[in-house]
Design a protein. Sequence first.
Length: 202
Amino acid sequence: MILLGKPRMNRQVRKTRTALKKGLLELLKEKNFSRITISEIAEKADIARPTFYSHFESKEELLLSHFEELLDELFIHFDKYTGEYNDKKEFPPSETLFNEIKLNPEISMFFDHPELAQIIQKRFEDFHRTINNQIVSKRFPGLPPVIAEYYIVFMSNTAVSLVQTWIKNGMAQSTEDMGKLLHMLAGPEQLKKVIEVFEGQS
């Protein structure tokens, strides 16, 4: 998936990035993220250390690259979603979040890793800020910018916390039920209520 005009990668670049991502996953099974070095990641990926920096600026950026396809999928669903949940042909972006996590065990491992929570939380805030600037602000022009920032933080924290709890519970609830729950807690209907209260404030 391509989000916001991101260029396509050639085969060799994809191969190297995949090797680095796998190397990080293997190391996370052995030690905490804070103790992992760039040199160790490069060694696991069987590449030279300088090559790492041709693809990523830091191990944090490498970690977050695991989420990019997930976020691309979410962006597409946000862009297409009209807000009507009663039509079974259209499920909300929140359900896509849980579907993708269940299909990708390595992503669920990151959410279940306490040391990585802050990094993931920050990335989700940045993602929801992009959603707000490109989609939400156009569909809900009455939402004041200051209140929008609170909503971004709330939405991000809610999504990450629900995912973490769902994983700790062994993903016992269906992705559909979890999507509905997140949708009801922080979806368009709730946003409309926020606008009704704060519309017109700067």
